[in-house]
Design a protein around this ligand. Structure first.
Ligand SMILES: *Cc1c(COP(=O)(O)O)cnc(C)c1O
Length: 374
């Protein structure tokens, strides 16, 4: 029989698939548990934006809409994004999640022989998209678990076509400041695409924090991506977007699937975008959850990396695979990050107050059995 692995594209041959968080019903099936708390995928514990839910409900009163193709141009959602951020619609590309947008950038700009730079411990989709496009990933060692922008600029070669940055980063929660980014951009030749991934941007409350959209006009090579999956609570609908110059967006649209964002996602995202009250409540709950976890960590004798996301990356000072398994048996799903080069950490999404308490108590019981690191 044919060895089809040999038939696959060079980059694809050695690719490991993305490992998602374990679904709740899968754990319930496997272990017969009734109460399961999932803090594994940085989802919004408040659910979807109520305005988004209302928009979907309204759309479903005309079921014919589901039989029709979506607006492939996403006119209404792009108009809403353009208005909110004072952009023109041709500076926006919509994606089936912002994951889709990251892949559009890789597919449009990377091929064999090209290099893409990303940071150690950065979001897993950057190496996957790079390798799938046949290009070479250049992983730059982290500094204090975060992006070392000076080292990343120094890693640029003639072959560099794309640089992926996550701010804040997942799974570490680390961030860089606006002035560090400005110095970095001065070092980057203007033909190199810089993808600034702001999937968690809405959770950042510091008024001095870097805001990609506010500096976009300064850089012709900057692409800023955002998502409705995290703060807006629409992870299941798969919708995100990127903003850049109309020239770059035109190129991304050439490799985009014609109907990559579905109709329910389009109306929900357009409504969620201006649901400021919901985003405010989500951010407040997240801030409160960070404080709650801080107290739990002190009690547990553990520490987490500083995080501006809706999650914390906790250092257990020992291999976390057995801790992860024991937590599953307690009905708590968190995220192992050994595949990110962090075998002693677990990433825990900030949940509702009672979910955080449930998880912290489970960790306490598990550590009592497993013991302190040796
Ligand atoms: C979750 C996440 C995304 C993508 O989310 P989508 O659901 O595809 O929009 C992108 N970047 C980072 C850093 C993330 O954590």
């Amino acid at each position: 029989m044919t060895d089809f692995i040999k038939q696959a594209n060079t980059g694809v041959r050695t690719l490991a698939p993305y490992q998602p968080g374990k679904p709740i019903d899968e754990l319930q099936r496997e272990l017969g548990l009734t109460r399961v708390v999932k803090l594994a995928s940085n989802e919004n514990p408040l659910g979807p934006s109520p305005l988004a839910l209302q928009a979907i409900t309204t759309m479903l009163t005309n079921p014919l809409e589901l039989a029709r193709y979506p607006d492939g141009n996403g006119f209404v959602l792009k108009a809403a994004i353009a208005q909110r951020f004072k952009l023109s619609a041709d500076q926006i590309v919509l994606g089936n999640g912002s994951n889709d947008v990251l892949e559009l950038v890789a597919r449009a700009f990377l091929s064999a022989g090209d290099e893409a730079i990303y940071a150690q411990h950065a979001f897993a989709v950057y190496p996957i998209a790079t390798q799938a496009a046949g290009a070479t990933g250049v992983c730059v060692p982290a500094k204090n678990f975060g992006h070392d922008l000076v080292a990343m600029a120094a890693a640029i070669t003639e072959r560099t076509k794309v640089i992926f940055l996550a701010n804040p980063n997942n799974p570490t929660g680390t961030w860089f400041e606006a002035d560090e980014f400005a110095r970095f951009m001065q070092q980057v030749p203007s033909h190199i695409i810089v993808l600034l991934d702001e999937a968690y941007g809405e959770f950042v409350s510091d008024p001095d924090a870097l805001d990609g959209l506010s500096v976009l006009s300064q850089y012709s090579n900057l692409v800023v991506s955002r998502t409705f999956a995290k703060a807006y609570g629409l992870a299941s609908l798969r919708v995100g977007y990127a903003v850049a110059s109309d020239v770059i967006i035109n190129i991304l649209n050439r490799v985009r699937q014609p109907f990559n964002v579905n109709s329910l996602a389009l109306v929900a995202a357009a409504a969620a975008l201006n649901d400021d009250d919901f985003v405010r409540r989500s951010r407040a709950l997240n801030d409160k959850g960070h404080q709650q976890w801080q107290a739990y960590l002190v009690d547990l004798g553990l520490s987490a990396l500083p995080s501006r996301g809706n999650f914390i990356c906790v250092d257990f000072k020992q291999a976390t695979a057995p801790i992860f398994d024991a937590l599953l048996r307690e009905g708590v799903i968190v995220r192992p990050v050994a595949n990110y080069g962090l075998p002693n950490h677990l990433r825990i999404s900030i949940g509702l107050t009672e979910e955080n308490a449930f998880a912290a108590e489970a960790i306490k019981r598990v550590l009592a059995v497993i013991g302190a690191p040796r």
